[in-house]
Ligand binder design. Structure first.
Ligand SMILES: *[C@@H]1O[C@H](CO)[C@@H](O)[C@H](O)[C@H]1NC(C)=O
Ligand SMILES: *[C@@H]1O[C@H](CO)[C@@H](O)[C@H](O)[C@H]1NC(C)=O
Ligand SMILES: *[C@@H]1O[C@H](CO)[C@@H](O)[C@H](O)[C@H]1NC(C)=O
Length: 398
């Protein structure tokens, strides 16, 4: 029995050592942060919030963000000034930016918005557009690719953009009172200019790490090398750790389990009810835990929500109708998405649904972590759904 005790002690010590070794390795990593405290725009490596996070939490000053007094997340572009960051997709390494004061097209069309000297490039290919100022209120646009810029148009005039390749065709339709005010390369996408634009970065390359569920960061306090930390256990463990666990941890664990079983055997009477049995009252007793299923308000509130622009364009072009109330999305309506499933619904519809069911009404995926879902504890499920990786993707349509 003394030998057994010794073995237990050694095993526990080794397991603790492995645990703290891991802690120490990831200690340098920075916690993610956000301007609103709700992680609607989660800030983590390669970005950092300049005034609250250490400089080593961000990749370079180019990726520094700050919160303005309206709690918008602001990025300063060297040749384009401040933009508000609406969403960061760490997996595809892209971010959705807009003007903090809501007329982004003015900056694109008049101020010659330029991404040069920044680490970002347009997510979409761009093409030349002609910007026209027409001295009458343009109401119907002759072609889909002709856009009216509402925030730049007045009661008596309209600013419109026309792809250069369509200019001849459009000219035939428009009355003559339109003056060319600029020619610009603009993203060739169906996203309205008022909705901002999507830009991407390629260095540092953390998308793969993020996709696998890891945390990206500088390798050490002082190195310039990037490393992927904290990959979920399903990932391939690093050699040394693997060997340690295989060599010492597992035999020790088996021993503990064996010892446990021996003890269990002694108290058979107590263990029996815990096993899955055909006992009817017991299985019924278990049912409520898995059938309660609805989510609480903080969890639901943590799911990403966006307000639709005039174009009502969604990341998935076909989803124009809310699958719950079956009505079409209207401009200015607030829609919400379920993390990792990317289906959209009216916020008020999905909120009611999620209070009763924890699964997506379309694909039946649970927004909760599978481990969290099987745990009755709400705190666990909440932290799982607040997880930075569970946000929807950027609008991607062309
Ligand atoms: C367009 O024309 C109107 C007058 O017709 C003028 O007030 C407005 O500033 C012009 N807009 C631009 C962007 O040039
Ligand atoms: C439009 O122009 C007319 C004269 O050209 C003017 O009387 C009217 O006030 C203008 N309306 C607006 C909304 O600017
Ligand atoms: C990081 O480096 C600074 C000095 O450069 C040092 O004071 C600090 O202790 C280091 N932190 C870690 C976690 O190594």
């Amino acid at each position: 029995m003394a030998a057994a005790k010794f073995s237990v002690t050694v095993t526990v010590t080794v397991l603790l050592a492995v645990f703290f070794f891991n802690l120490a390795k990831s200690q340098f990593l920075c916690k993610q942060s956000s301007c609103r405290g709700d992680f609607s725009v989660a800030v983590r490596f390669p970005f950092r919030l300049k005034n609250t996070q250490d400089s080593r939490c961000g990749f370079k000053p180019d990726f520094d963000l700050y919160c303005n007094n309206r709690r918008q997340t602001i990025l300063n572009l060297p040749d384009a000034g401040d933009v508000a960051v609406l969403f960061i997709d760490y997996k595809s390494q892209s971010l959705w930016i807009n003007d903090p004061d809501q007329c982004f097209p003015r900056r694109l069309l008049i101020d010659a918005f330029d991404l040069k000297n920044s680490p970002f490039t347009s997510y979409y290919r761009s093409e030349p557009y002609t910007v026209l100022n027409c001295s009458y209120p343009v109401e119907t646009l002759p072609f889909d690719r002709v856009r009216k810029i509402k925030c730049m148009s007045g009661g008596n005039y309209s600013v419109i953009t026309v792809p250069n390749r369509d200019l001849d065709m459009v000219n035939a339709f428009l009355p003559s009172q339109c003056n060319v005010i600029a020619t610009r390369r603009l993203p060739s996408t169906r996203m309205e200019l008022e909705e901002g634009m999507v830009v991407k970065w390629s260095n540092p390359n953390c998308g793969n790490c993020e996709a696998r569920g890891g945390d990206c960061g500088f390798k050490t306090n002082s190195s310039a090398e990037i490393q992927c930390f904290n990959l979920p256990k399903s990932g391939i463990p690093r050699g040394a750790k693997y060997g340690l666990i295989m060599g010492v941890g597992i035999p020790g664990l088996l021993f503990i389990i064996g010892l446990g079983c021996y003890v269990c055997g002694k108290f058979k009477a107590f263990t029996r009810p815990n096993r899955p049995t055909t006992n009817l009252s017991l299985s019924m007793g278990h049912q409520p835990t898995s059938a309660v299923a609805g989510l609480d308000k903080p969890t639901i509130d943590s799911f990403p929500k966006i307000q639709l622009g005039e174009s009502r364009r969604l990341p998935k072009p076909n989803d124009t109708t809310c699958a719950i109330c079956l009505s079409e999305y209207q401009p200015k309506e607030t829609i919400r998405t379920i993390p990792d499933c990317r289906h959209f619904f009216h916020s008020n519809c999905i909120d009611e649904w999620l209070k009763l069911n924890a699964t997506c009404p379309v694909c039946r995926n649970s927004p909760e972590d599978s481990s969290a879902a099987s745990t009755p504890s709400r705190t666990v499920s909440m932290s799982a759904s607040m997880s930075p990786r569970s946000v929807a993707s950027l609008p991607r349509h062309d």
